[in-house]
Ligand binder design. Structure first.
Ligand SMILES: [Ca+2]
Length: 207
């Protein structure tokens, strides 16, 4: 386990983590033989029907994340998970002269059991974390996944947890670059019951 402490706030620790763990870390495609980390998917990544939409405002120069910056934000702020699939947007930008990435933090209380967390991105290398549900937080597990490739799975136990999704790199990723992340153990909001009355209650509950 790696103590994030305040280093995560500035993204400093994760620079090292990224270079150590990421597959195809080149932000450009001019390294022969290496995967293009910013490969745009053909066909494009699709947001599954009924997925929860992140809905964060687009990042950009000097963007301040008061939406779901998690332990990086003051006060800490999270997107609460309602569904087992989320469609979100990642990106990098300049904060003054500092290369910065948008970080998206999700939280849920997982039911008792053993579950998984994974994702896929379009146009950038995705970084995922499972974190303890406290700030400052502690990394329980992490992985990266090249553009267009379904990631491996991170194991998640029951109880409260924080989850992180974002660009692995701190530069070179346009804001509004899409990703889809998913869990086992959370409600499937894409399931549409046959009976209309039941459908209405599901719609009200999950959308
Ligand atoms: Ca964010």
């Amino acid at each position: 386990m790696v103590k994030l402490a305040t280093a995560l706030c500035m993204g400093l620790l994760l620079v090292g983590a990224a270079s150590a763990l990421a597959v195809g870390t080149s932000a450009t495609s001019d390294n022969p033989g290496e995967p293009d980390a910013n490969l745009v998917c053909v066909p494009p990544l699709v947001c599954p029907l009924g997925a929860q939409i992140e809905s964060e405002p687009p990042c950009g120069p000097n963007y301040v994340d008061n939406f779901n910056g998690g332990c990086n934000s003051t006060p800490a702020v999270f997107t609460d998970l309602r569904c087992n699939t989320v469609c979100g947007m990642a990106g990098t930008f300049l904060n003054g002269a500092v290369q910065t990435r948008d970080t998206d933090w999700y939280r849920a209380t997982m039911p008792p059991g053993a579950w998984t967390f994974q994702g896929r991105s379009d146009g950038f290398t995705l970084r995922l974390f499972v974190l303890t549900a406290v700030c400052p937080t502690t990394v329980l597990s992490t992985l990266s996944s090249p553009s267009c490739v379904q990631s491996g799975v991170l194991n998640v136990g029951g109880g409260p947890a924080y989850f992180f999704a974002g660009s692995d790199a701190f530069s070179g990723v346009p804001c509004e670059s899409p990703y889809v992340i998913s869990w086992t153990g959370l409600p499937d909001c894409g399931a549409v019951p046959v009976e209309e009355a039941t459908w209405g209650s599901v719609k009200n509950t999950y959308r």
